[in-house]
Design a protein around this ligand. Structure first.
Ligand code: FES
Ligand code: FES
Length: 160
């Protein structure tokens, strides 16, 4: 039994310690936001946050996560009350098929929590590991910029 901390709650998981976090999220916790793309740490569809950093959950065994904070796209907001990153992706219509989008949102969230004022070049560099097979990268980059603005508004802050 391994205790994980996911989206603010402790959960006890009965699974082999080598099980990838992605499988536990989807199969044990019914958190289906993170997606299986390559399973090899090469596409970013499975991206979640661990202790504020983006990680590929498909190659992260749950044994590495005791005492660490996992956040998934479900932890960013709800359908009725989406978080700033979720709102920005909706407003920019960043999704085409949508398969890559939860991972994109989590990578963006990690960036904006550590740097609320990234430059466009910094956003592009940070988002680079996550791929979109539909090619909506330009809309995704715009959504991340919009999310930065929404987060600043929410905090009552101004522009850089
Ligand atoms: S499914 Fe994890 S990086 Fe592709
Ligand atoms: S929207 Fe289809 S893979 Fe990105």
């Amino acid at each position: 039994m391994i205790r994980l901390h996911v989206n603010g709650k402790n959960v006890d998981i009965d699974a082999d310690p080598t099980t990838p976090l992605l499988y536990v999220l989807r199969d044990h916790l019914q958190l289906n936001g993170a997606k299986f793309g390559c399973g090899l740490g090469q596409c970013g569809a499975c991206t979640v946050m661990v202790d504020g950093k983006p990680v590929f959950s498909c190659v992260t065994p749950i044994a590495a996560l005791a005492g660490r904070r996992v956040k998934t796209v479900e932890g960013l907001g709800t359908l009725d009350n989406p978080g700033p990153v979720q709102r920005a992706f909706i407003e920019e219509q960043a999704a085409q098929c949508g398969y890559c989008i939860p991972g994109m949102m989590m990578r963006a969230q990690a960036l904006l929590e550590s740097d609320p004022n990234p430059t466009p070049a910094e956003i592009r560099r940070h988002m680079n590991p996550n791929l979109c097979r539909c090619g909506t990268h330009m809309r995704i980059l715009r959504a991340v910029e919009r999310a930065a603005g929404l987060m600043k508004q929410a905090k009552g802050g101004g522009a850089k």
